[in-house]
Design a protein around this ligand. Structure first.
Ligand code: GRF
Length: 197
C-alpha cells in the first residue's frame, strides 16, 4: 500500500491541519502523510503550526490558486495524491476537481449539511445561524468536494446536542471537539481506501 501524499489547504489557525498531521504520524503503517500545507492568507496561524510540525507551508493568493499553471506543477512535483480542505475558505477551482476527482478532495464543514451550508456559510457565520435558528443539535460534515459549494457526497457526519443557553462560541467549541475526534480518523480511512485503489 502506497501511503497517500496529502496537501492540506487551509485559511486560518490550522488546528485541523495540525490534528491530521499528528494523528497520521502517530499510527503505525499510516495510509497517508501530510506533505505540504497551502494557505491563501499570508498571516494565518497555520504557518506557525507548520513550522513547529516541520511541514512545508506556502502562501498562494486566490488568483494563484485559481491558476492551473501555478498550482498544478507544485502539486505534481510533490506527488500529491489527495487534497484535504481544513478551514479553507475559497472555492476549489474546477480544474483541480477535474485533475484529482471528487473522491480525492475532501472538506470539513462545521455544521450538519445540507443545513447551514453554501456560500457565506463559514466560520462564525455558521454557528451564529445555528443559534438563531434555535437548533437542538449541530455537528460536522466531512464530504467529497464537487463544484457545488458544500454540495459533494457526504462521507461522514457527527452530531452534538445543543443547550438553549448555548451561544455561537459554545457551539463552535462543541463542533471543534468533534472535528478533533473525527476528521483525522476519517482522512486516514479515506486515504486507506484510495491507497487500495
Ligand atoms: C473549522 O471549524 C472548520 O471546520 C471550518 O473552519 C474552522 C477552521 O479551523 N470550516 P482551523 O483553521 O482548522 O483551526
Amino acid at each position: 500500500m502506497k501511503p497517500q501524499n496529502i496537501a492540506v489547504f487551509a485559511s486560518g489557525s490550522g488546528s485541523n491541519a495540525e490534528n491530521i498531521t499528528t494523528y497520521l504520524r502517530s499510527i503505525p503503517d499510516a495510509p497517508a502523510r501530510v506533505d505540504i500545507i497551502i494557505c491563501n492568507k499570508a498571516d494565518a496561524g497555520v504557518f506557525a503550526r507548520a513550522e513547529r510540525l516541520g511541514i512545508d507551508a506556502i502562501h498562494l493568493s486566490k488568483s494563484q490558486i485559481n491558476d492551473p499553471d501555478t498550482l498544478l506543477p507544485i502539486l505534481e512535483a510533490r506527488g500529491i495524491d489527495m487534497i484535504v480542505l481544513a478551514g479553507f475558505l475559497l472555492m476549489v477551482p474546477d480544474y483541480l476537481i477535474e485533475r484529482y476527482g471528487s473522491r480525492r478532495i475532501i472538506n470539513i464543514h462545521p455544521a450538519l449539511l445540507p443545513k447551514f451550508g453554501g456560500r457565506g456559510m463559514y466560520g462564525h457565520h455558521v454557528h451564529e445561524a445555528v443559534v438563531e435558528a434555535g437548533e437542538k443539535e449541530s455537528g460536522i460534515t466531512i464530504h467529497c468536494v464537487s463544484s457545488v459549494c458544500d454540495g459533494g457526497e457526504i462521507i461522514c457526519q457527527a452530531h452534538t446536542p445543543l443547550l438553549p443557553s448555548d451561544g455561537p462560541a459554545d457551539v463552535e467549541a462543541k463542533v471543534r471537539k468533534l472535528e478533533g475526534q473525527y476528521f483525522p480518523k476519517v482522512v486516514a480511512i479515506v486515504a486507506a481506501d484510495l491507497a487500495e485503489g
